[in-house]
Design a binder for this molecule. Structure first.
Ligand SMILES: *Cc1c(COP(=O)(O)O)cnc(C)c1O
Length: 396
């Protein structure tokens, strides 16, 4: 069977364009934007029903909004989950999910490598609320197993992980968690549901920074929590208290961006693979980290659990901070900006993010290599990107 065929019978390209039609009430082809904070009831009985319904899309926009409902339908369809909750940012989705599912006395297992703000939740926020956290090496399934305690409630995964492109064996971890009743949450931002579907590998909650590939145009911030109806009801209770609300305009832009996600990812996968191969051959490059390359230590695992390898490449320039800074500055096409996943290629010299506050020696101790570059491959023509990378490498 074509792996992309969804239960509804639609393939991804069709689903992103039509999955939300069933929640649309009017005849407009383009979705309407409901710029309303609140929604009126026709009578007291209807008001009572609106007020007591979980995740009602027409009650109060912090609780839900018709545009949220449409976007959620599309993303849940792509991830293969029953439903989804929209949030104002990726961190809104991650923080809300974790805070909803754990309490004082619980234990959480997470990876040593996570998106920086997720790592902060593990290092600083959870311990503050009396939740114990064990960080494990994500390449070692045994490390997850050894970390499990009787009070382990949640395992947090991120694969490929930001920014090193290290891969976690998602199915192996969920097999450990399932019989023990441990909830597994996975950040699928880097892969996107086009390249990897964690729920099919046993993950209970799939979270995204929709700011990145799902939106795809570097013009909005949004997050999404994809899960079962039962878990969504639980998480939503915390969501309405934390208030990470997605604006109706950003929800609308996200819906528009999602229409082209499958075609964007197809091209981005191809561009990134071609560029990773090209970069690996250049004499000024020490190492390329890309799960689609046979040189990636987990290439076989990546091939098993991913259908494409995404648009994120990490590279190490031969030399130190200065050589790497010269390379990044010499690039004309990739813009030197944080974030990722949009139509424009972006690069970040990771050490420069910390350069103002740390010495080169301190960064080495903290594992921030001075020659590390994170590259988000966009939709420019691959030959133009190649030429630009080549000329910048000559200036190293
Ligand atoms: C950007 C990002 C986040 C945070 O998302 P925001 O939308 O910026 O809040 C979380 N996880 C990963 C992997 C990301 O790249």
């Amino acid at each position: 069977m074509d792996k992309r065929v969804k239960p509804e019978g639609f393939r991804e390209e069709t689903l992103v364009i039509h999955a939300d039609e069933e929640v649309a009430e009017d005849g407009s082809v383009a979705p309407a934007i409901y710029y309303s904070a609140t929604f009126r009831a026709r009578d007291a009985a209807e008001f009572r029903e609106m007020a007591s319904t979980s995740r009602h899309p027409r009650y109060y926009t912090r609780y839900g909004n018709p545009v949220h409902e449409r976007v959620a339908k599309v993303v849940a369809g792509l991830e293969g989950t029953e439903t989804a909750i929209m949030t104002g940012s990726g961190m809104g989705a991650i923080a809300t999910t974790i805070l909803a599912l754990v309490q004082a006395g619980d234990h959480v297992i997470a990876q040593t490598r996570h998106y920086m703000s997720t790592a902060k939740i593990m290092d600083e926020m959870l311990p503050k609320f009396g939740v114990d956290v064990t960080l494990v090496e994500q390449t070692d399934v045994g490390a997850f197993e050894r970390a499990i305690r009787p009070n382990t409630r949640l395992i947090m995964l991120e694969s490929p992980a930001n920014p090193t492109m290290v891969v976690t064996d998602i199915a192996a971890v969920t097999e450990l968690a399932k019989p023990r009743g441990i909830i597994v949450v996975a950040d699928n931002t880097f892969a996107t549901p086009i390249n990897q579907r964690p729920h099919e590998l046993g993950v209970d909650v799939v979270v995204h920074s929709a700011t990145k590939y799902l939106g795809g145009h570097h013009d909005l911030t949004a997050g999404v929590i994809c899960t079962s109806e039962a878990l969504a009801d639980r998480i939503w209770q915390t969501h309405i208290s934390l208030g990470s609300v997605l604006s109706p305009m950003d929800a609308w832009l996200l819906l528009r961006g999602l229409r082209t996600l499958p075609v964007r990812m197809e091209r981005i996968n191809a561009n990134a693979l071609a560029l990773a191969r090209f970069l690996e051959e250049q004499p000024q490059i020490e190492r390329v980290h890309y799960p689609g390359l046979p040189s990636h230590p987990q290439h076989e695992l990546a091939k098993r659990q991913m259908r494409g390898f995404g648009g994120m490449i990490a590279l190490e320039i031969k030399g130190g901070y200065e050589e790497t800074a010269r390379f990044v500055s010499a690039l004309n096409l990739p813009l030197n900006a944080v974030s990722l996943g949009g139509v424009e290629s972006l690069v970040v010299h990771t050490a420069a993010m910390w350069g103002g506050v740390m010495t080169e020696e301190q960064m080495k101790t903290a594992g921030i290599q001075p020659n590390f570059v994170r590259f988000s491959v966009g939709l420019e023509h691959v030959e133009d990107l190649k030429a630009d990378l080549w000329q910048a490498l000559q200036k190293v």
